[in-house]
Design a protein around this ligand. Structure first.
Ligand code: NAD
Length: 292
């Protein structure tokens, strides 16, 4: 088992994943362009590096959790990037959500430098990540997965090896497409309950016990009802992932009517509340439209 990892990208999700590694006794060297994010991990026992290259050289294996494929590419292959520090034979574990073509292309860049890639996007949200209970969707070589399995299991309660590089991106984008459709559906349901004069807490419990229940309803409806919307996942990230879903629909020749409609609603959400607003605010569009 590997015991030493560099972790780059300590945001809403990556901060929790890196903390789980530290908590489970792994030696973790961190880098983020946000010094406050680095400080939080150093306080837990991680060591700070000055660049992705330095972190990678120190640890020999790297995990990333970054906001877009463009940023992942810069951190991987840009100046002072991971490929400048990783030894040949080192590993890159990419936990950001990418499209299939994007991760296949990035893995090829790494492979040209003798670095093996495991894609490991996760699903379940920051609240599950905080408790080490998130689910990992893995794509890549089975032996490489085996080598890093103890680290993955330190961060994630379950992991599914889906197939070669790119296959985890496909299933991850599918799960998010479902989650965004479910979120809009849960929001419409809650607004009907509200306008129908029902007790909303009781409606939440009734829906949770019903055939209309979903993971999204269970985990997000209360954040909508209590007005915090605090899901730890932004509109920008939702639009990124819906873009991957719609691209897959085109590539695979599958019409995605619901996802297209939900994508347009999220575009309106971004216009109204900004790309940094929580994705759950999408329901506020409808709340504002129907009034209290
Ligand atoms: P985030 O924006 O909160 O975190 C990104 C981190 O990367 C930030 O700390 C930022 O400072 C850092 N960063 C950005 N550019 C950098 C650079 N050039 N060098 C070093 N650090 C840089 O995003 P997040 O919510 O943590 O999401 C990260 C990835 O995980 C995304 O691909 C997202 O789709 C995916 N994801 C997020 C969640 C979630 O619930 N938040 C769930 C599943 C998957």
């Amino acid at each position: 088992a590997q015991t030493s990892y560099a972790f780059i990208g300590l945001g809403h999700l990556g901060g929790h994943l890196a903390a789980s590694l530290v908590r489970n006794g792994f030696s973790v060297t961190v880098f983020d362009r946000d010094p406050a994010a680095v400080e939080r991990l150093v306080a837990l026992g991680a060591t700070a590096a000055k660049s992705p290259a330095e972190a990678a050289a120190r640890a020999g294996n790297v995990i990333t959790c970054l906001p877009s494929p463009q940023v992942s590419e810069a951190v991987l292959a840009g100046p002072e990037g991971l490929l400048e520090g990783l030894p040949s034979g080192g590993s890159w574990i990419e936990m950001s959500t990418n499209g299939r073509d994007e991760i296949v292309r990035l893995a090829a860049l790494a492979s040209a430098k003798g670095v093996e890639t495991l894609e490991c996007p996760v699903t379940g949200g920051v609240h599950l990540a905080a408790g080490g209970k998130i689910t990992a969707l893995v794509g890549g070589d089975a032996a490489l997965y085996g080598r890093h399995r103890s680290a993955i299991e330190a961060m994630c309660a379950r992991s599914f090896l889906m197939g070669p590089i790119g296959s985890a991106a496909v299933i991850k984008v599918i799960t998010n497409m479902l989650a965004f459709i479910h979120l809009v559906a849960a929001g419409e349901a809650l607004m009907l309950a509200k306008k129908g004069g029902l007790d909303l807490a009781q409606s939440y419990h009734a829906i949770s016990a019903s055939s209309g229940n979903s993971f999204v309803h269970e985990t997000e409806s209360q954040l909508i009802l209590n007005g915090s919307y605090d899901i730890g996942f932004t509109m920008d990230l939702a639009l990124k992932d819906l873009g991957f879903a719609l691209g897959m629909g085109e590539d695979f020749g599958v019409p995605l009517d619901l996802a297209s409609h939900v994508n347009a609603i999220f575009a309106q959400g971004k216009d109204t509340y900004g790309g940094g607003a929580w994705s759950t605010m999408i329901v506020k569009l409808l709340e504002d439209a129907v009034g209290t």
